[in-house]
Design a protein around this ligand. Structure first.
Ligand SMILES: *Cc1c(COP(=O)(O)O)cnc(C)c1O
Length: 356
């Protein structure tokens, strides 16, 4: 079978999904999911027919929430499908390039590699903002620029003035794609308000994080109608299963949006509590600021600490393999009970080391 596999798949480094990494934990704080159960009632569904190509009511509800017109919205199987759809639609193999800024979300690279599209990366600055002068020099053949805002795994927003400056200086033949997976935790920084002004701006949203629906795989791509038109040509014929769109539709009604906002407020309080605790340990050298529902921190004992947490049934995410993030771990902010468990384990770890 030596000749069965194309070389770009042979050399592919696949995405390490959180569920692949560890199944035997009790408390999962490695995928930035909401820690609360979301309750809803689903009436009997007719499933003998194919679903709508793009479910109208769902799009209408997301339009009301995002204040973006329905005609500028596509529903996809999570942001991950949107990323792939954009590359499939706008990039030609061996010619066009995708640009992104490590340390960041891995799927921009993984999807480009799978589709055999060249990608280039420009490392962020040490404060995790982006390097404007380097970027504008490297835009030859770049069709898609992915900006993760707020960024995963660092947890910071990207300066809006930078994003606008870049939008003002690039050609309309390059799209700027803002991945706003975590924007519901800091909605004042959303870039959707610039969609009308910039026809080459694309914003990606999801129900997987603040809305607590990672299990249904539902995301939204917001863009100018001229872009949407071409994405329609490429997207799968029935991308969203009927139960998925029904559940999403319910969770996007007024009452449930208020619930999401209360959950977000609670998690922001939990985050503040956990941030302050993390800063108290002498073996944690740095705790990064966070605009989202996870915290990145650095410890010279990160490897040992990571294993210690696993041994106690708590799964964090090791970010050590990423540029600038040696010895860094990422913890999702969970319930206050889970935050207290983290704090207690950090104390146990400290005591086992007897630094004092
Ligand atoms: C979790 C995450 C995604 C994935 O979103 P889905 O809608 O679940 O596919 C995309 N981008 C970033 C930055 C994420 O952290």
């Amino acid at each position: 079978m030596k000749n069965l596999i194309p070389s770009h798949i042979k050399s592919l480094i696949p995405y390490k999904s959180a569920r692949k990494i560890s199944n035997n934990g009790k408390i999962f704080l490695n995928a930035n999911e909401l820690p609360f159960d979301i309750n809803f009632k689903l009436d009997c569904l007719k499933l003998n027919r194919y679903p709508d190509f793009q479910p109208k009511k769902l799009i209408n509800n997301y339009s009301l929430y995002s204040k973006v017109e329905s005609s500028n919205i596509i529903v996809t199987r999570g942001i991950d499908e949107s990323i792939e759809l954009l590359i499939k639609t706008f990039c030609e193999s061996k010619k066009d390039k995708v640009l992104f800024f490590p340390p960041t979300y891995d799927m921009y690279k993984v999807s480009s590699s799978i589709l055999n599209i060249n990608s280039i990366s420009i490392n962020s600055l040490s404060n995790f903002q982006l390097n404007y002068f380097k970027i504008i020099k490297k835009l030859k053949d770049v069709k898609l620029i992915f900006i993760c805002h707020p960024n995963n795994p660092t947890g910071n927003i990207i300066n809006i003035d930078f994003i606008l400056k870049l939008l003002n200086s690039i050609s309309l033949n390059t799209l700027i794609i803002i991945d706003e997976a975590y924007i519901d935790f800091c909605e004042q920084y959303s870039t959707v308000k610039y969609l009308k002004q910039y026809s080459n701006l694309v914003v990606l949203r999801t129900l997987s994080k603040a809305f607590g629906l990672a299990g249904i795989r539902c995301g939204f791509l917001l863009a100018n109608i001229k872009i949407i038109k071409f994405l329609y040509k490429v997207i799968a014929p029935y991308p969203i299963a009927t139960p998925v769109s029904k559940i999403a539709e319910i969770l996007l009604n007024n009452e449930n949006i208020q619930l999401m906002k209360r959950n977000v407020s609670q998690l922001i309080l939990n985050k503040k509590w956990l941030l302050n605790k993390l800063k108290k340990f002498s073996y944690i050298q740095k705790v990064f600021n966070s605009d989202v529902n996870f915290i990145l921190f650095k410890s010279n004992l990160s490897e040992e600490l990571f294993s210690f947490f696993i041994k106690n049934g708590v799964i964090l995410r090791d970010q050590s393999d990423k540029i600038f993030l040696k010895n860094c771990l990422r913890v999702t902010v969970g319930t206050i009970k889970e935050c207290k468990i983290i704090n207690n384990l950090l104390i146990d770890f400290e005591n086992s080391k007897i630094f004092k």
